[in-house]
Structures are given as C-alpha cells and as structure tokens.
Design a protein around this ligand. Structure first.
Ligand code: HEC
Length: 117
C-alpha cells in the first residue's frame, strides 16, 4: 500500500487547484440556482437577467483585477462601486443593470441567511 502513496500526492497536486478554483468561483459569485427564485420574484426580475449579471461579473469585471466575493462589500458600498467600475469597464446600460440586479440578489440572499442564523 505505501508503494502507491506518491501517486496520491501527485493527484492532489494536479487536481487540488482545480477543485479549489471551482469552490472559490462559487464563493465569489454564487451560481443562479433555485435559491434565487424567491428573490427574483420579490425584486421583480428574472432568473435569466440574474444569470447574465453573473456573467458580466465573472467576465467583464475580471479584465483588470480578479473579482472579489460579492459578499465582502455591503450594498451601500456596491452602490458606489458599481457605477464607478461600470464606467471603467465601459459596460452598456443593459449589462450594468443586469450586474446590479445580480449583486442586489446575492446581497438579499446573504441577508436572509444571516437572519436565519
Ligand atoms: C479598466 C480596468 C477595470 C475594470 C474593467 C474593472 N475594474 Fe474594478 N478596479 C479597477 C481599479 C484600478 C481599482 C482600484 C481602485 C480605483 O481605482 O478605483 C478597482 C477596484 C475595484 C474594487 C475594490 C473596491 C473599491 O472601491 O475600489 C472592486 C470591488 C471592483 N473594482 C469591482 C469591479 C467590478 C464589479 C467591475 C465590473 C463592473 C470592475 N471592477 C471592473 C479597475 C477595473
């Protein structure tokens, strides 16, 4: 059995970063799953719009720097960050609206989670 140990280490070294990479994208910008449905209804928006906002965040917003977990900033902070960064990214009005809707939704969700805890 100890004979195989080095192989296990090699797999951990090769696959570890892939697994960690996936986990951290989920933490930066959670994917738009069923948990977003009630938030979308409450905010009168669609799941498709939220998903496109997530894509804007992951693609357009990572051109100059890596993206940070959305939950790191309060909504008040985001109200200041979004217009500033939308301008830097030269986002269209529709992309910027989708991004805002997604960030608001993530914020609603984390608020709801903290109320439950
Ligand atoms: C053209 C390059 C560029 C793009 C594209 C860009 N950023 Fe930035 N971002 C910066 C720079 C430079 C800073 C450092 C602070 C500053 O200059 O305002 C920064 C800082 C930040 C910060 C740190 C907080 C703060 O208040 O400064 C956040 C959060 C952020 N960006 C989010 C985003 C988001 C969301 C998008 C997509 C809409 C985005 N960025 C797109 C250049 C960019």
């Amino acid at each position: 059995m100890p004979k195989y140990k080095p192989f296990i280490y090699i797999w951990v070294i090769l696959l570890g970063p892939t697994v960690v990479g996936c986990l951290s994208i989920e933490q930066m910008a959670p994917s738009v799953g069923p948990q977003f449905e009630s938030v979308a209804i409450k905010r009168d928006t669609s799941m498709a719009l939220l998903e496109s906002g997530r894509q804007v965040y992951l693609v357009d917003c990572s051109r100059c720097h890596s993206v940070e977990p959305i939950r790191r900033y309060t909504m008040t902070k985001w109200q200041d960050i979004i217009p500033r960064m939308a301008q830097k990214s030269k986002l269209s009005d529709s992309k910027s609206a989708a991004l805002r809707a997604y960030i608001v939704a993530v914020n609603d969700l984390s608020q709801r989670e903290s109320e439950l805890n």
